[in-house]
Design a protein. Structure first.
Length: 79
């Protein structure tokens, strides 16, 4: 992974939680440019062990203009 530290942009969003409606939440977001070799070109998923089962994250490439509001914080990759 090659990171461009000079491209770092940070901001804060305050909104209702997508997971817990009516819970006002603060999100400290960070964005930067990076080059990563051998990424899939289509939607893919990863999973991790969690108490009682597995947590699955679905990753997708979205146009930059659709990613301004991070409804699902896993969906933040751009093509």
């Amino acid at each position: 992974v090659l990171l461009d530290a000079s491209s770092l942009r940070q901001w804060r969003e305050t909104r209702d939680s997508d997971s817990y409606p009516t819970l006002l939440s603060h999100y400290n977001l960070h964005e930067f440019q990076a080059r990563v070799r051998d990424l899939p070109t289509a939607r893919f998923q990863t999973s991790e062990a969690e108490e009682g089962g597995r947590l699955v994250h679905v990753w997708d490439w979205v146009p930059r203009d659709r990613s301004r509001r991070f409804g699902d914080l896993a969906t933040v990759m751009w093509h």
